[in-house]
Design a protein. Structure first.
Length: 112
């Protein structure tokens, strides 16, 4: 039986998203680098508050919405929705079956 290609706390896909060389020095579940831009440049015209997201997942990024990726869970033999950070792809938690993640009855809101 094949094993799952994903893991809660790890990046998915394993190299992460957006073509950035992500690293997770503390291992699965640890903070992901590079982190969010937190300092304000002297020449920066965007207020820090406008660069802050609604959610702060464990990876350390600041985002406004989760990224849902579809995968298969071989341990439960079910489709699974990976609720991920949209910047690095860190899997925060899962919802099974996948369709429940899209249902406004099962998931009226989808926090990160
Ligand atoms: Zn992230």
């Amino acid at each position: 039986m094949p094993s799952n290609a994903w893991e809660i706390g790890a990046l998915y896909p394993p190299d992460g998203l957006n073509g950035i060389a992500w690293s997770q020095p503390a291992g699965v579940g640890g903070q992901v680098f590079p982190g969010p831009v937190t300092s304000v440049s002297y020449f920066e015209t965007t207020p820090f508050s406008e660069r802050s997201g609604v959610f702060a997942p464990f990876c350390g990024h600041s985002v406004n919405a989760p990224l849902i990726q579809k995968e298969w869970d071989y341990t439960t033999n079910s489709s699974v929705a990976l609720v991920c950070c949209p910047e690095c792809g860190a899997v925060c938690y899962t919802i099974e079956p996948f369709e429940d993640a899209l249902s406004t009855v099962m998931q009226p809101q989808l926090p990160l």
